[in-house]
Every structure is written in C-alpha cells, then in structure tokens.
Design a binder for this molecule. Structure first.
Ligand code: NDP
Length: 254
C-alpha cells in the first residue's frame, strides 16, 4: 500500500509560530499549506521563505498559501474546497490562528469578546468540521490545537482569550474520544510566552516582568513549539491523543 501523502494546513501560517511550524513540517516531508488573510504580506512571506537558503541560515521552503478568514465558516469552507480540489485531503490540521483584544471585563466591549472567541475558538470548529470527514475516510489524521498557558491559568485582562483557549482544549478532548478508533489523534499544545510579534508588542518593562516569572528565565522560541507539532504529527506519537502539552519554561505546572 502506498504511504499516505501528508498534507498539512496551518492556519495563521505566516505569523510568528505559524512560520516555524511551516518550516518544520516542510522539512519533515509534508506538503505544507499556510493560511493567511493579507495577500500582499503572504506573497512576500512566501518569496522570503523560498530564499532562506540564500542567506545560508535556514533551508528555503516551498509552501503553498491559501487565503481565508478562519473565523468565518463560509470563507473557511471556500478555502478548504480550494485546497481539496487542488491538492487533496488535508490530513494534518494545525489550528494556530489567534488574536488578542485585551481589557478587564468591566471595560471589555462586545466586539473585543466576539472577535477573540470567533478567531480563536469558532475557527477550530470551522476548520476541523470541514476536514474531519476526509481524515475519517483516509483512516489517518492529526489535529493540533495551539492554545495558551493563559487558557490553563487565566490572565488579567484576558477573559475573552482565556475562555477561548480553555475551550479549545475541551474541543480537543471531546473530538479525541470521537475519532480515536479512526486513526486520528487530536491534541492541544499550550505555549507559554514565545518571542513573536504578539509578545514583542508588549511594553518592554511588562515583558521583563513576564520573563522574571518564567523559571527557565527567557521567552520561548517559535521553533520550540514547532518541534512539539512535528512530534505530534509523527508516528512516534500515535498513542498520544486528547492531551494538553505545555511548553512554557516552567511558568505553569498544573
Ligand atoms: P501572530 O500574530 O504572529 O500570528 C497569528 C496569525 O494568525 C497571524 O498570521 C494572523 O494573521 C492570523 N490570523 C488571525 N486571525 C485570523 C483569521 N480570522 N483568519 C486567518 N488567520 C488569522 O501570533 P503568534 O504566532 O504569536 O501566535 C500563534 C498562535 O499561538 C495563536 O493562536 C496564539 O494565541 C498562540 N500563542 C502565542 C503565544 C505567544 O507568546 N506568542 C503564547 C501562547 C499561545 P494577521 O496577521 O492577518 O492578523
């Protein structure tokens, strides 16, 4: 029997952690598809990724890019159809797209609540619902939800984000039970603070305060999250499903 062609869709794939995941899965031999919202930025990102080889620091990668707003079911549906028509069944899905809109609850506007829930949690339903039948038909699949330490411990100013990220893991556990016998694993990764633009946008003094709370004494690297994704995609992890893997430098050990 021919081995299954591994086709990986990474939502928010051109962002900080998304880029590292794309690079890692490409090196692992997957067909990699990065989802984006901003066409101009995505084209530039794709060209840069191809040319990484030229600066001898990283291997250039050839990644496909697809437009789609994963917070919206219709837009996601168009995107998945395009991928399946052009490339085949998505059998690795990394739900990585995410945003923050922080405010203490007493000041939080409905828009801040709904944008975060729609982008971080409803997107997980939208994307997974649209690829799960293909995975079941193939008898193999990997779903990896990128949650957050703040979904495990809560965070001041982030009722919206913490609720969405905790909800992602509830989804993981329920779906893991549903598809365990179909050759599909479903897992959550909960990163701590990683040095991407999301965290670098925080004021330096606050960032230093955050770092002082991390026992390892530094922010994480996107590659450290990508390596966990790579392991969860591999056959070595096939007995792991429904789990929530923390990668946070010891900041939360619940
Ligand atoms: P980035 O902001 O660098 O990347 C997030 C990506 O998601 C961006 O490319 C963004 O696109 C995309 N995105 C947002 N909304 C949508 C949407 N509706 N449809 C499609 N794409 C969308 O953040 P990170 O790489 O740091 O974060 C990646 C994930 O990791 C997020 O889920 C985040 O919550 C989680 N995480 C990050 C941590 C960190 O310390 N950095 C810690 C814990 C978890 P655009 O640029 O167009 O908005």
């Amino acid at each position: 029997m021919e081995p299954i062609k591994k086709i990986a869709l990474i939502t928010g794939g051109i962002g900080g952690i998304g880029t590292a995941i794309c690079e890692r899965l490409y090196k692992d031999g997957c067909v990699v598809i990065a989802n984006y919202r901003d066409f101009t930025r995505a084209i530039k990102w794709r060209e840069q990724a191809k040319n990484w080889r030229q600066n001898h620091l990283r291997l250039g990668i050839d990644v496909k890019i697809v437009e789609g707003d994963v917070s919206d079911f219709r837009s996601t549906s168009t995107m998945i159809k395009q991928i399946q028509d052009e490339m085949g069944v998505v059998n690795i899905l990394v739900n990585n797209a995410g945003i923050t809109r922080d405010a203490p609850l007493y000041k939080m506007k409905p828009q801040q609540w709904y944008e975060v829930i729609n982008t971080n949690l409803h997107s997980v339903y939208n994307c997974t619902r649209l690829v799960i039948e293909g995975m079941i038909a193939q008898g193999w699949g990997r779903i990896i939800n990128i949650s957050s330490i703040n979904g495990q411990k809560g965070q001041f100013g982030q009722t919206n984000y913490s609720a969405a990220k905790a909800g992602m893991h509830g989804f993981t556990m329920a779906l893991a039970a549903e598809v365990a016998k179909k050759g599909i694993t479903v897992n959550t990764i909960s990163p701590g603070y990683i040095g991407t633009s999301m965290v670098m946008a925080v004021r330096e003094e606050i960032r230093n305060q955050i770092i002082s709370q991390i026992p390892i004494g530094r922010l994480g690297n996107p590659e450290e999250i990508a390596r966990v994704v790579s392991f969860l995609v591999s056959e070595e992890s096939s007995f792991i499903t429904g789990s929530n893997i923390s990668a946070n430098g010891g900041q939360f050990m619940g």
